[in-house]
Design a binder for this molecule. Structure first.
Ligand code: ADP
Length: 481
């Protein structure tokens, strides 16, 4: 047994590493900076916990998710391995002062990106010896949308101030482009960074697109599918309103137990629904993208997309919530021509136009009328003394990128027969540098039928013939040459 396997067994009680864990640990032990792209539930936290138990000094973990932070701290303190603390907005002033004074007593320090930009916290961190800096959910460094944190833009500078400790970036999804941007933002050289990525090709998930003519057909298809597919399932929607009304409709029109989940629900309602789903008291969740992070149900048998996701990366992350137990599962994208308009509108409403930027900078607009995300972003650039025209240029570039991402997803969705190929060229193409890949395989529709995942055989709609005309339409729609 190698030394690492021994530690895994003796300290953590696991018999073997999950895919990718060992490769990341070995690279870290060899002193490399590492980007680890492992699916949700892939065991990312074990990696830094283990590094902490192999080495003295502090492991600093930058994490945007408050609940996960508290959870990890609780777990580490419970294990009694070493002391852990979370520096976030829930600490009162007195506790914070006390903790900062004794920061050296802690072995694992979790910090939110907001807190990390605080000068007194930076000062305190400079006094301790940080042996590993971990950035969790590292895709938020470059992604754009509800989970975007302007604070992440300062991460590279803070990393430098802390004397450039060894760096571990962790994320569940990143396209090659996102990966390249992450490296640039963090000022990491691809030749000297180890990239460990699991294939997004989840061999136990069958992927399919079904194209329908109109909303009515789509709704019926949902009903047919949820009645036909076995096991717990999730249906993703791009709109809270539709997720909610569909939950009601399915409760009325099937014998299944269905509940809606979205960020507009209060914490108690969200928690209750999660628990009921975990305990199989609910069969189906109709959800928005808010459903997922931190939810650890491993026997989700199917994921249906009623609408398009925000991007390919989001789509991969969302359908990847199926079949985490390794059992055969299915992911179905439903599509009615024109569905992309909803996403187009959303993109346009969250990215400020040049006119809005100018008006906010010039204080010529009632800010309460603006979208909160837009406003936060504009204020951020203002606070960094970036001119209105420079900010507008950044937004224009972002708009273009987001449209490209959506176009990419749409291309993929309307290209049923090439589904996996498209997926793999987007995510799994080797980038130059030190890249480690794991995982492969394809589950076919015949497998799905033979495995009895369906109550009855399912019909597969192949829309590949329709592709050329679709492609033209898409190009026109997005005005991309
Ligand atoms: P992630 O952060 O990647 O979403 P977690 O770190 O929360 O995933 O791990 C998911 C689950 O897998 C946890 O319950 C964890 O204890 C478990 N786990 C981690 N590593 C292993 C392993 N090598 N063998 C078995 N279970 C593991």
């Amino acid at each position: 047994m190698t030394n690492l396997n021994k530690v895994l067994k003796e300290r953590f009680g696991f018999n073997e590493f999950k895919p990718g864990q060992a490769a990341i640990l070995e690279a870290l032990i060899a002193g490399q900076n590492v980007v680890g792209i492992l699916p949700t539930g892939g065991g990312k936290s074990l990696i830094y916990q283990m590094m902490g138990s192999l080495r003295p000094g502090v492991v600093l973990i930058v994490s945007p998710l408050l609940s996960l932070m508290q959870d990890q701290v609780g777990r580490l303190n419970f294990l009694g391995e070493a002391k852990a603390i979370a520096l976030n907005s829930t600490l009162d002033q007195q506790t914070r002062t006390d903790v900062l004074r004794h920061l050296g007593d802690f072995h694992y320090i979790f910090v939110s990106p907001e807190m990390l930009t605080n000068p007194s916290i930076q000062r305190a961190l400079r006094q301790v010896q940080i042996n590993l800096m971990v950035v969790d959910e590292a895709h938020t460094i470059v992604s754009w949308g509800p989970d975007f944190r302007p604070e992440y833009l300062q991460l590279a500078a803070i990393h430098a101030q802390l004397n450039r400790p060894q760096l571990l970036l962790l994320t569940a999804t990143a396209t090659q482009k996102m990966l390249a941007s992450m490296l640039t933002v963090m000022q990491l050289d691809v030749q000297h960074t180890k990239i460990v990525r699991l294939s997004v090709n989840r061999e136990n998930i069958y992927l399919q697109t079904t194209t329908l003519d109109n909303e009515g057909q789509k709704r019926e298809e949902v009903r047919r599918l949820v009645q036909q597919l076995r096991g717990p399932g999730v249906i993703y929607f791009a709109s809270r309103k539709l997720a909610t009304s569909m939950a009601g409709w399915l409760n009325d029109h099937t014998d299944l137990r269905v509940a809606a989940y979205h960020a507009g629900l209060d914490a108690v309602a969200r928690f209750t629904i999660q628990q009921q789903f975990m305990q199989d008291e609910l069969d189906v969740i109709t959800a928005t993208s808010a459903f997922g992070m931190g939810i650890d149900k491993n026997d989700i048998r199917y994921v249906i997309h009623y609408h398009l996701s925000r991007s390919m990366a989001d789509y991969v992350q969302e359908f990847g919530r199926a079949g985490r137990d390794g059992q055969s599962s299915i992911a179905i994208q439903l599509y009615v021509p024109g569905d992309e308009r909803l996403q187009l509108d959303m993109i346009r409403s969250t990215i400020p136009s040049e006119q809005t930027v100018t008006q906010v900078y010039g204080k010529q607009i009632d800010e309460t009328l603006l979208d909160a995300t837009q406003l936060e972003l504009i204020h951020y650039y203002q606070s960094q003394n970036i001119s209105a025209s420079a900010a507008s240029a950044i937004f224009a570039r972002r708009l273009r990128e987001r449209l490209n991402e959506l176009q990419h997803l749409l291309h993929y969705v309307t290209l049923t027969s090439g589904l996996r190929d498209e997926l793999l060229t987007t995510f799994d193409e080797p980038v130059s540098g030190d890249v480690h890949h794991e995982g492969q395989g394809v589950l076919t529709v015949a497998d799905i039928q033979n495995l009895g995942l369906m109550r009855q055989p399912i019909t597969v709609t192949d829309t590949s013939d329709a592709r050329p005309s679709w492609q033209q339409k898409i190009d026109k729609l997005f005005n991309i040459k």
